[in-house]
Design a protein around this ligand. Sequence first.
Ligand code: UD1
Length: 417
Amino acid sequence: MNRYKIEGGYPLRGKTEVCGAKNAALPILAATIINGRKSIIHNCPDLSDITSIIEILKYLGCKVERRGKDVTVDSSTFISRTIPHFAMKQTRSSTIFAGALLARNGYAFIPGSGGCHIGARPIDLHLKGFKALGADITFQPDGIVCRAKHLRACRIELDFPSVGATENLMIASSLTPATTIITNAAMEPEIVNLAQYLRSVGAHIKGDGTSEIHIKGTLSPKDAEVTVIPDRIVASTYASAVASAGGSVEICGISPGLLSPFLAVMRRMGMSINCTKNGFTICKNSGLVNLPYVCTGPYPLFPTDCQPMLVAAMTTAYGFGAVREKIFENRFGHCSRLNDMGANVTVRGRTALIRGVPKLKGANVDACDLRCGAALTVAALGAGGTTYISNTHYIDRGYENLVSELAKIGAKAERID
Ligand code: UD1
């Protein structure tokens, strides 16, 4: 069941509910090892990346129970072990265990990790931060060893507001009893959600959601509980699907403010967006126009994770558009696949140049990473004829049943062998 079959040209109508954010749930789950007690994570999405993290937690001796959308982790039974290579290969997010292992254990080994191939994805900023916190870093042929008897609070200036480095350093410093200051920190909503969890453990955190975060760790961590925020990238994917297929859909369970940089672009292209009690409606009343320049950037700028779906929606908008990718150097794999569907997209360095065509046509295409798969799904919904998308296991890393959810709002889409 690793392919989607999508017959395009059916407008989407109705309501859809957004699940919890993968990128918020992953660091929170990794952080559950630090309190040595019970943590309850509400609204945890059911995704293959989450399953991989839960497997690692179990391997580390934690008791993990999933009941519907609630995941309970008891890390009192944690055993100090190195995360196995196979687990790190499944998801790059396993790097996020390094900060938690250092805090709990004083030792972390980071083997080469997996995830989407959208750029070099170095972890130098994480390591620089661990070093500032007092860890010794040694490079070995099969991975990196981080060791620290006691982490010490410090001031860390990040060269770039990396989401993963900010999270890792917040977690690492949560059991250190003086104040660590992270400047040029990432400001994403997922960082704020992680801070909520760490506060619940007992850490004192100020400034999350701004570029300067202060973390005063706790020596007596508590049982903890947090609710995962809704997934703004999933919501943006549904919005892009309406831009491609047409129709009107209410996207529930998320405040439109959480995805305002994306919705601002959709509005400028001609989509109509209105707030509702539970979320927002997005409606396509007429043909869309392309925008001369959209550029991705760290929050609150346009999210890189939405770039592939935006390019998919732009392929059939009127006129010429350009999208510049400033976060990941290799995130245009979807463009050649969209061209196989009849799009006119040229990639020049870090910019995709899009000349809108009246309609795409169905084709056999393969997802080359998670958001590429989402972009091809978006494109297929508006295309004439049938599209077969292979490698949908990438899509399962970040979406709970994407095709069946789309089918509920009118898409002719299904999973096939
Ligand atoms: C997270 C998200 C990912 C999103 C990205 C940017 C998760 C699980 N993933 O990824 O979906 O696309 O934020 O919003 O939350 N960099 C370095 N050195 C480092 C760390 C990062 O040079 O030590 C570079 C990266 O190569 C990349 C850029 O910084 O070019 C952004 O990376 P970062 O913000 O760290 O993204 P991730 O945490 O990997």
